[in-house]
Design a protein around this ligand. Sequence first.
Ligand code: CDP
Length: 243
Amino acid sequence: MSKPEKLIESGIRLDGRRPDELRPIKIEIGVLNRADGSCYFEFGGNKVIAAVYGPREVHPRHQQKSNSAVVRYRYNMASFSVEDRKRPGPDRRSIEVSKVSREALEPVIFQEYFPRSAIDIFVEVLQADAGTRTAGINAASIALADAGIPMKSLISACAVGKIDDTLVLDLNKDEDNYGQADMPIAMTPDGRITLIQMDGNLKRDEFKEALEMAKTGCMAIHEMQKAALMDKYSAQIEGENNE
Ligand code: CDP
């Protein structure tokens, strides 16, 4: 799409959302048989799958840590996930996204419970529409829980930004392309930030307001993550009780 004249008009964005509205979210848990935990996560036009393996042996062995697990996170975009074909394989952007996403999750994982082992997280982006790193983190957090990895809490993530001088939650591709700022954030349910990045500029008071907006967004996502996990596991427990 070429640059639209306006990205927001009378308080309504081009995709019909209010400034503080998230895109629709769909969560499916346990979609991969071979993974220890997995999650399919739709976040508006983003479609991602997270797979968690471990705790398991570390290969190559030199990556082993004697007093804790190593957490490895690989974010990968399928070549068909974006408008212009993405060249397969890692690039600077995917290495950066993998690093910050791992760092967003590590603080809640009890790594010290599993010395000399690895917890591997793979995130595959099947369809991208801005916000893939936040979609990946949301999916990975659920997949970790599905794998039974002990965690202090879930992690929830969404972006906040500015378009046409208005602060908005969860930017889509056009808003990201033609907006003034994009700030992905991840946090624990009690508001401890584990990821914050920013493209563009925000004034000091806008930054404060944006943080509050992101917090409200992350809390809403946390409720959905929790509900999806409760749904899967309460059904399973009920099934076991009826056996
Ligand atoms: O996806 P996220 O917002 O976390 O990361 P970004 O680097 O801000 O990228 C924003 C969006 O640009 C992605 O979600 C894709 O829709 C698009 N993109 C693309 O079309 N081709 C790429 N090689 C990388 C990103």
